[in-house]
Write a protein that binds this ligand. Structure first.
Ligand code: IFM
Length: 485
C-alpha cells in the first residue's frame, strides 16, 4: 500500500507493515557504574575527569544509572510500546583492557538486558562500538593504531558467542566521522587530540574495525543482520559559486566513510591531508571494509547550507567554512534551530535517504538515530510539554514517508534517545530524551513526545498534525527507583 494513502481517520498516514519502531541509547551515555564489577576505564572516563573538557565538569560516572536500573528501563521501553531497542556495549565492561580476559559480570549484564528485552517482545539491536574505547587501547595509540581495529573484531566475536542466540540485529560502529573529527581533529571528544596525521590513520582504522567486527559477526552468526551506523551530513550549495565547496566537504565528511563501505575505495577527490596514507592500507583491507552488509544505519540530525559570503563582513546566520575563503555556512532566518544550534530541516532526511538508496543500490536503511535537544523542564503539574520535539518527530517521520514513497527501503526508525543522558562535551545540559531524567534521583518521566511517539509506534500511523494527540492524558512517571544515584 502506498504509505501516503490515508488510513482509517482523515489525514492519518500509515507506515508499511513490518516497519520497526525503536529508540536508542549508548553505554557511556546512560550506564554509569563506571567502576562496578570489574569494568575497566575508558577514554571517556579519562576525558571527562580532565578539567575543562566537559561543560560544567559533568562525567558519566553515574549518568542515568542504567547499569543498576535494567528492569526499570526495560519497563520504560515496554510502556512506550516500541518494537526495538538500540543500545551499545561498553567495551571496557566486557574486556577491561580491550582484549584478552573477559569480565564475566559485565557480559552477564548485557545477557540479562537482551533476555529481558526478548521476554518483553522488544528486539535488541546491539551496537558493538559507540565511542567508549578502553583506555588501555588508547595508551597503545587508540584508533591511530591498526591493532585497535583487530581488537574490535575480538570484542565482536566475544559478544556474538555470548549473546548471538538473543540478538539478531547488530550495528558494528557508530558515526566514524565523529570518532575521527571530534576525537582526532578538533579534540572536542575523547581522546581529545588535534592531529591531522593521527586523524587520517584513525579514519582507516575505524573503518577497518567495522570490517573486522563484520567478519567476526558474520562467521559466528550467518543469519544475523549486520551494518554500520554513520552520520553523513548533507552539504547543500545555495549558489553555484560554492558548489565545489559542497563537493569537497562531502568527500571530507561523508564519502570518506561511505565510499570504502559501498565501493571499496576512498574518494578520488579527498584532500591529501585527510586521505589515509597508502602505507596504512594493507592488502585485503578494502575488501574487508566493503564486505556485504545487510543494512545501512543512518543517523540524521541536520544539513549544512552553504553560500558565497564575505568573511570580513559576515551577516546574520553566517559562519566561515574553514579552508574555503569566500564560502560561509548559512542558516536562513525562516529555518528554526534546536538548542544545539542545529537547523531543523526534515527534507534533508528525505534527500539523504534517496541518495543512500542510490549509492547503496537499494540496501535497506534503518534510521538508527534522529532527534533533537530541547530546553525541557518539569512543570509544577509534573509534566514535560516538549511540543517542539513532537513537531520535530512529526516532520521527520513525514520525510521518511516521502522517502518510502520514492522507493527507498526504509526498514525502521530509532528515535534518539529513550531518555535524557550524558551528551558528551555538552554534559547533561542538553536533553535529547523522550523521557525526562531527574539526574538527582534517577527518576524517568515520560515527556509529551514519549506519549506521541509511543502512539505512532504502537499504531504504525502518523497523525495529520503534531497536535493531533492534544488532550489525551500523558503517561505516568515511573516511581523513583530504589537504587541511589
Ligand atoms: O548523543 C549523540 C549520540 O551519541 C551520537 N549521535 C548524535 C547524538 C546527539 O548528539
Amino acid at each position: 500500500m502506498n504509505s501516503l494513502m490515508q488510513g482509517g481517520s482523515e489525514g492519518v498516514r500509515r507506515f508499511p507493515d513490518g516497519f520497526i519502531w525503536g529508540v536508542g541509547t549508548s553505554s557511556y551515555q546512560i550506564e554509569g557504574a563506571v567502576s562496578a564489577e570489574g569494568r575497566g576505564p575508558s577514554i571517556w572516563d579519562t576525558f571527562t575527569h580532565t578539567p575543562g573538557r566537559i561543560n560544567r565538569g559533568d562525567t558519566g560516572d553515574i549518568a542515568c544509572d542504567s547499569y543498576n536500573r535494567l528492569e526499570d528501563d526495560v519497563r520504560l521501553l515496554s510502556d512506550l510500546g516500541v518494537d526495538a531497542y538500540r543500545f551499545s556495549v561498553s567495551w571496557p565492561r566486557v574486556l577491561p583492557t580491550g582484549s584478552g580476559a573477559i569480565n564475566q559480570p559485565g557480559l552477564d549484564y548485557y545477557r540479562r538486558l537482551v533476555e529481558a528485552l526478548n521476554e518483553s517482545g522488544i528486539r535488541p539491536v546491539l551496537t558493538v562500538y559507540h565511542w567508549d574505547l578502553p583506555q588501555a587501547l588508547e595508551d597503545r595509540g587508540g584508533w591511530a593504531n591498526r591493532d585497535t581495529a583487530k581488537r574490535l573484531g575480538e570484542l565482536a566475536a566475544v559478544l556474538a558467542d555470548a549473546l548471538g542466540d538473543q540478538v539478531s540485529t547488530w550495528v558494528t560502529i557508530n558515526e566514524p566521522l565523529q570518532t575521527v573529527q571530534q576525537g582526532y581533529r578538533t579534540g572536542t571528544h575523547a581522546p581529545g587530540l588535534a592531529d591531522l596525521e593521527l586523524a587520517a590513520a584513525a579514519t582507516h582504522h575505524i573503518l577497518l574495525g567495522h570490517g573486522y567486527a563484520l567478519q567476526a559477526l558474520r562467521a559466528a552468526l550467518p543469519s544475523a543482520a549486520i551494518g554500520p551506523a554513520m552520520d553523513p551530513q548533507p552539504f547543500v550549495a545555495l549558489d553555484a559559486a560554492v558548489e565545489h565547496v559542497a563537493l569537497a566537504l562531502d568527500a571530507e565528511y561523508n564519502r570518506v566513510y561511505m565510499d570504502p563501505v559501498f565501493r571499496g575505495s576512498y574518494p578520488a577527490d579527498l584532500d591529501g591531508d585527510l586521505r589515509p596514507p597508502e602505507a596504512l592500507i594493507l592488502d585485503g583491507d578494502m575488501e574487508l571494509i566493503s564486505a556485504p552488509i545487510d543494512f545501512f544505519g543512518l543517523n540524521y540530525y541536520r544539513p549544512h547550507h552553504l553560500r558565497s559570503g564575505d568573511w570580513d563582513d559576515l551577516r546574520d546566520g553566517e559562519r566561515p567554512v574553514a579552508g574555503h575563503p569566500g564560502a560561509v555556512y548559512y542558516v536562513a532566518p525562516e529555518i528554526q534551530c534546536t538548542v544545539m544550534g542545529w537547523p531543523i530541516v526534515p527534507n534533508g532526511l528525505r534527500d539523504l535517504l534517496i541518495r543512500l538508496h542510490e549509492e547503496s543500490r537499494g540496501l535497506p536503511v534503518y534510521i538508527t538515530e534522529n532527534g533533537c535537544a530541547a530546553d525541557d523542564y518539569l512543570t509544577p503539574e509534573g509534566t514535560i510539554d516538549d511540543q517542539e520535539r513532537v513537531d520535530y518527530i512529526h516532520g521527520h517521520l513525514l520525510a521518511v514517508l516521502q522517502a518510502l514513497d520514492a522507493g527507498v527501503q526504509v526498514a525502521g526508525y530509532f528515535h534518539w534517545s529513550l531518555m535524557d543522558n550524558f551528551e558528551w562535551a555538552e554534559g547533561y545540559r542538553r536533553r535529547f530524551g523522550l523521557h525526562y531524567v531527574d539526574f538527582g534521583t534517577g527518576r524517568r518521566i515520560p515527556k509529551r513526545s514519549a506519549h506521541f511517539y509511543g502512539r505512532v509506534a504502537r499504531t504504525g500511523e502518523l497523525p495529520s498534525s503534531p497536535a493531533a494527540l492534544d488532550g489525551e492524558p500523558q503517561a505516568e512517571a515511573l516511581p523513583e527507583a530504589s537504587a541511589a544515584v
